[in-house]
Design a protein around this ligand. Structure first.
Ligand code: GLN
Length: 491
């Protein structure tokens, strides 16, 4: 079997049968990272020693018959999850030398399940971006075409999965940062319901929108990861205190795709089918709709009238929260400090000027502006009201249908540098994903086609709050009858 394109489920079987050991599997991916990372730039930090230690522990557990479905599986982690003793930079000069003294809840849970962390993946600085070009550590390249971006901000995790540098990866999604790069690299990505997964130890960008999720080769793999990540955490007051569904068993049930989809009502939001959508994306979506219909789903148009307000609303709320969250980087307690400050004010100003990149500064200025006393009502409060209307749109749609089906991104991977001069153009990359975060809903991206330039296209399924199970079941049904998710970007 080709280990580079192995799924999590297949790897778990091989490990349990002892066909391969966790140490062998880990070494295999560490070797691939050495070979391919220089051209892709997917990892900021590789922790070979830590990974091999964890792999040896996993092998001991497996040998004692105490392994679970994730024991011994090599994982790549976006570099905004705090990992105790392992440098965590958020792709910023501000944190380039930051080694957290504690572990994020998500990575702790996955380590307790026996996963092996290979290293920390590249991303847009503080997760602000849609192309991975704002990283202090340089852009990530898309394994399907190295002159193009892998999307962002979880572009390093997406490229690592797509290029076979790990079995699975962790991303975070504030406005599309799991789903859009998943779509642009031909992999599967899930943003859970806001609060389903703990944010403790995730470096905050926009706290009311941020959510961690799996980036994998298949929906089945995403289900296994989510199951271990999800659940209430007393350390995160916004985490939801509701039982976690057994997503793994849900997909393992001996059910055919028809049985999964029969009678399910899928809404097609009419507002999404605008001129902004590339022709190849539209064509793939239409084919995907037919696949779901053939499986017995009922597809019908639905209206989300506030769709046009999603981007302006997000670019008020997210920067407002970011400006507040990023106030902690003052050069005093941790992070970058400028050389030889003249006085305290000089230290604040220069540490922040030198430590943050241009996009982060743009967001801090926007956010500070919309929160300032003269403009708070005109911008921030109004945006909060529109956010409610956007959530109400979804709620109304979900009285008629069980799921929504849309493209994940309006176009396929764009060239590095193509949108840099025009931030608004860049912001439009998230036009189909951003409103999902504003409404706090779960959404899944799976590959559904390739365009004429051999670049992947993704479809997005959006579900009701906490109905990750329905999303995963539908995504799995799609993967049972299509082969898009088996395409590989490498030999
Ligand atoms: N591209 C969006 C932004 O720049 C979303 C990023 C994200 O989801 N982290 O804010």
């Amino acid at each position: 079997m080709d280990l580079a394109s192995i799924t999590l489920k297949q790897a778990a079987d091989l490990l349990r049968q002892r066909t391969v050991s966790a140490v062998e599997l880990t070494q295999f991916f560490l070797d691939r990272i050495v070979t391919h990372n220089p051209e892709l730039n997917a990892f900021i930090t590789v922790d070979a020693e830590g990974a091999l230690t964890a792999a040896r522990q996993a092998d001991a557990r497996l040998a004692a018959g105490q392994g679970g479905p994730l024991t011994g599986i090599p994982l790549a982690v976006k570099d905004l999850f705090c990992t105790k003793g392992v440098r965590t930079t958020c792709a910023s000069r501000m944190l380039a030398n930051f080694t957290p003294p504690y572990e994020s809840t998500v990575t702790r849970r996955l380590q307790e399940a026996g996963m092996v962390m290979l290293g920390k993946t590249n991303m847009d600085e503080f997760a602000m971006g849609s192309s991975n070009e704002t990283s202090y550590f340089g852009p990530v390249r898309n394994p399907w075409d190295r002159s193009r971006t892998p999307g962002g901000s979880s572009g390093g995790s997406a490229a690592a999965v797509a290029a076979g540098l790990c079995v699975a990866a962790l991303g975070t999604d504030t406005g599309g940062s799991i789903r859009q790069p998943a779509s642009m690299t031909g992999i599967t990505g899930l943003k859970p319901t806001y609060g389903r997964v703990s944010r403790f130890g995730m470096i905050a960008f926009a706290s009311s929108l941020d959510q961690a999720g799996p980036m994998t080769r298949t929906v089945e793999d995403a289900a296994l990861l989510l199951q271990a990540m999800a659940g209430h955490d007393p350390l995160d007051a916004t985490s939801i205190d509701q039982p976690v569904e057994d997503y793994g068993s849900l997909l393992a049930q001996d059910k055919g795709p028809q049985e999964r989809m029969r009678g399910l009502r899928i809404g097609i939001p009419q507002e999404y089918y605008t001129d902004g959508m590339a022709a190849a994306v539209r064509k793939s979506l239409e084919e995907a709709i037919r696949v779901f219909q053939d499986l017995g789903a009922v597809c019908q148009p639905v209206a989300l009238p506030c769709t046009d307000y999603a981007i302006p609303t997000y670019y008020i709320i997210a920067p407002a929260e970011a400006s507040s969250n990023l106030a902690r980087y003052d050069g005093i307690r941790f992070g970058y400090r400028c050389e030889q400050p003249a006085d305290l004010a000089d230290m604040f100003a220069r540490s922040r000027s030198e430590g943050f990149g241009a996009e982060v500064k743009r967001r801090i200025m926007l956010g500070t502006y919309v929160l300032s006393s003269g403009y708070y009502d005109a911008f921030y409060r109004k945006a909060q009201k529109v956010r409610r209307l956007i959530a109400d749109d979804f709620q109304a749609a979900f009285t008629q249908v069980d799921l929504l089906l849309t493209p994940t991104a309006p176009e396929t991977a764009f060239r590095i540098g193509e949108k840099n001069a025009d931030p608004v153009k860049m912001y439009l990359s998230d036009i189909f994903t951003i409103n999902v975060n504003l409404a706090g809903l779960p959404a899944l991206s799976v590959p559904c086609g390739w365009d004429a330039q051999n670049l992947p296209i993704g479809l997005q399924l959006i579900g009701r709050p906490l109905q990750e199970g329905t999303l995963l079941s539908a995504g799995h049904a799609f993967q049972q009858v299509t082969a898009w998710h088996t395409r590989r970007a490498y030999e």
